[in-house]
Design a binder for this molecule. Structure first.
Ligand SMILES: [Zn+2]
Length: 128
């Protein structure tokens, strides 16, 4: 496990996340992820730390309003958020990680468009 750092485009929002150096991320086909091209690296809350920019975050919600789509109110980038599948954790946008610590990234597909079918238990598992 290594500590990856990342953040939004303007630099106000900065975070660190503990994960493997070789990460598996999810590309989701749901209405919002497909439009933003978000790549999910989902971790338990204990492995995520917001370093700065909390006061710049805005929250967008829709549908069940379980997911908290957090984005930088200055540059608009959603670098992490609280997903409906893991409401007690965080999903980091792998596209927003700083270069240097990710050795390898493999992408798997998530069928968020049919959310109840993808997550029959009403939530997702943590992969590691
Ligand atoms: Zn920003």
């Amino acid at each position: 496990m290594v500590t990856h750092k990342g953040g939004c485009h303007c630099g106000r929002v900065r975070f660190e996340v503990v994960a493997r150096a070789r990460i598996t991320v999810s590309e989701c086909n749901c209405s919002i992820c497909s439009k933003s091209g978000y790549l999910h690296l989902v971790v338990p809350a204990a492995r995520f730390k917001l370093l700065s920019g909390g006061d710049s975050l805005s929250t967008y919600t829709f549908n069940t309003r379980t997911a908290k789509h957090l984005f930088c109110s200055v540059c608009g980038i959603k670098s992490f958020y609280v997903p409906r599948s893991h409401p007690d954790g965080f999903s980091v946008n792998a596209r927003c990680l700083d270069p240097g610590t990710v050795q390898e990234m493999s992408v798997r597909q998530t069928n968020g468009r049919e959310w109840e079918k993808q997550y029959p238990k009403g939530r997702g598992e943590y992969s590691d």
